[in-house]
Design a protein around this ligand. Structure first.
Ligand code: NAD
Ligand code: ZN
Length: 348
C-alpha cells in the first residue's frame, strides 16, 4: 500500500510503498477514509530531531487524526462489523496505569506522562490502511461520513478538552477568547458555542478569511491580532479581561497578548505548540490566573465530540486531497492557505 512517511528529520515526507499490516490478535485494521493534516505535523517535520515525548524511530507514517471503515479484525476482536465507519482515538497509552484506566491515555503514566500517539512515532493514517492496537480506540461514527469526521479526533477533541476543563468559568456574561482560528480554533469556537449559552466568544487571528470563518462558526467578535485586539477585549470586559484565553498558536506575541487579556482568577490555556515562552511573575499573568498546557483529550471526551457532531452542532470545513498531494496540502497549511482542515483521502 502507499504510505506518506517521514523518512528523515527536516526533510519533506515521502510517499512510499509498504506492506499492508496484518492485525494480530486483539488488533483491528482500518481502511483509511480521511487523515487530517494538523499543524503539529509541520512542527514534527520542521524539527531537527525527535520532538520531546514522541517515539523516535524513522521512518513512520504521518497522520494522527483519522477515520475510516473497519477492514479486518484480529483474532478475538468482536463488536464491530466489517465496513463499519469508525473514528480512531489517537493517544495510545499502556491501558493499565491509573490515567489510562480513567480514559486519560493522553497522560499515560508509563509513557512519560504523554502518550506518543499514532502518526508521531507509531504509523499513522496517511496510508491506505491503519493498524489500530486495541478495539477501545475505535468509536463508531453512525451516520457521520468518515472523510468529513476525521478532524474531530484531534482538532475537535483537543479543543473540547481545553474548553471542558474551564467550563465552570463560562457563565452568563463571561468572555472566552480564541487566539488562532485555524483548524483547532474553528472547532473550539463551535464547541464553546455549543457548551455555553451566554458567554461572549472572541476570535483573534492575523488572517481576514479566518476571521470571517470564525464569525460563521459562532464567534461574537473577530479581531485582527495585535494591540487593538487587546484594547477591544479590555473594553468588552469592563477592563477585567477574559475568563478564558485559549492560545492556539503559542508563539511569543500570542502568549504576551494572552497574558494581557486574561483576568484575575481566569484561565490562560496554551494549546498551540509554536515554541514561545510565557514570562511569569507576581503580576503577570494576573493574580491567580491559572496557566495550563493541555495535550489532546480523553477517550470519553472523544465520544462526546462525536455526539456534538451527530447533533450537527459542530462541523469541520474540510478540503480533500489524495495521498499523492499530501506534501502540497502541508505546504498550503504552512502558508496559511487552508481555510479549515486539509484531509488526505487515500481511497477517494
Ligand atoms: P492552523 O495552521 O490550522 O491554524 C493556526 C491559526 O493561527 C491560523 O488561522 C493562523 O492564521 C493563526 N495565527 C498565526 N499567527 C497568529 C498570530 N500571531 N495571532 C493570531 N493568530 C495567528 O493550525 P492548527 O492545526 O489549528 O494547530 C494550531 C496549533 O495547535 C499548532 O501549534 C499545533 O501544533 C497545536 N496543536 C496542539 C495540540 C495539543 O494537544 N495541545 C493538538 C493539536 C494541535
Ligand atoms: Zn494534531
Amino acid at each position: 500500500m502507499r504510505a506518506f512517511q517521514l523518512v528523515e528529520w527536516k526533510h519533506p515526507p515521502e510517499l512510499r510503498e509498504v506492506p499492508v499490516p496484518e492485525p494480530a490478535p486483539g488488533q483491528i485494521l482500518v481502511k483509511v477514509a480521511g487523515a487530517g493534516a494538523c499543524h503539529s505535523d509541520l512542527h514534527i517535520m520542521e524539527a531537527p530531531g525527535p520532538p520531546p515525548g514522541l517515539a523516535t524511530e524513522l521512518p513512520f507514517t504521518l497522520g494522527h487524526e483519522n477515520a475510516g471503515w473497519v477492514e479486518s479484525l484480529g483474532a478475538g476482536v468482536t463488536g464491530f462489523t466489517l465496513g463499519e465507519p469508525v473514528i480512531v482515538y489517537g493517544c495510545w497509552g499502556c491501558g493499565i496505569c491509573a490515567n489510562c484506566r480513567q480514559g486519560r491515555e493522553n497522560y499515560c503514566q508509563n509513557l512519560g506522562g504523554q502518550g506518543p500517539g499514532l502518526g508521531g512515532g507509531h504509523d499513522g493514517g496517511m496510508a491506505e490502511y491503519l493498524l489500530v492496537p486495541a478495539p477501545r480506540y475505535l468509536i463508531p461514527l453512525g451516520t457521520l461520513d468518515p472523510c468529513q469526521a476525521a478532524p474531530l479526533s484531534d482538532a475537535g477533541l483537543t479543543g473540547y478538552h481545553a474548553v471542558k476543563r474551564s467550563l465552570h468559568l463560562l457563565g452568563p456574561g463571561a468572555t472566552a477568547v480564541v487566539i488562532g482560528a485555524g483548524g483547532l480554533g474553528q472547532m473550539t469556537i463551535q464547541i464553546l458555542r455549543a457548551l455555553t449559552t451566554a458567554t461572549t466568544i472572541v476570535a483573534v487571528d492575523t488572517d481576514t478569511g479566518k476571521l470571517n470563518t470564525a464569525m460563521h462558526m459562532g464567534a461574537d467578535e473577530a479581531l485582527p491580532s495585535g494591540d487593538e485586539a487587546i484594547t477591544r477585549i479590555k473594553d468588552l470586559t469592563g477592563q477585567q479581561g477574559a475568563e478564558l484565553v485559549l492560545d492556539m498558536v503559542g508563539i511569543e506575541p500570542t502568549l504576551r497578548m494572552a497574558a494581557q487579556i486574561a483576568r484575575t482568577l481566569g484561565h490562560l490555556t496554551i494549546v498551540g505548540i509554536g515554541g514561545g515562552a510565557l514570562p511569569v511573575n507576581f503580576t503577570s499573568p494576573p493574580h491567580e490566573c491559572s496557566v495550563a498546557s493541555p495535550y489532546w483529550g480523553t477517550l470519553p471526551e472523544l465520544m462526546e465530540v462525536i455526539t456534538l457532531a451527530q447533533q450537527k452542532r459542530i462541523r469541520m470545513l474540510v478540503e480533500h486531497f489524495p495521498l499523492e498531494r499530501a506534501n502540497e496540502a502541508y505546504r498550503l497549511l504552512h502558508d496559511g492557505k487552508i481555510q479549515g482542515r486539509a484531509v488526505i483521502t487515500p481511497h477517494a
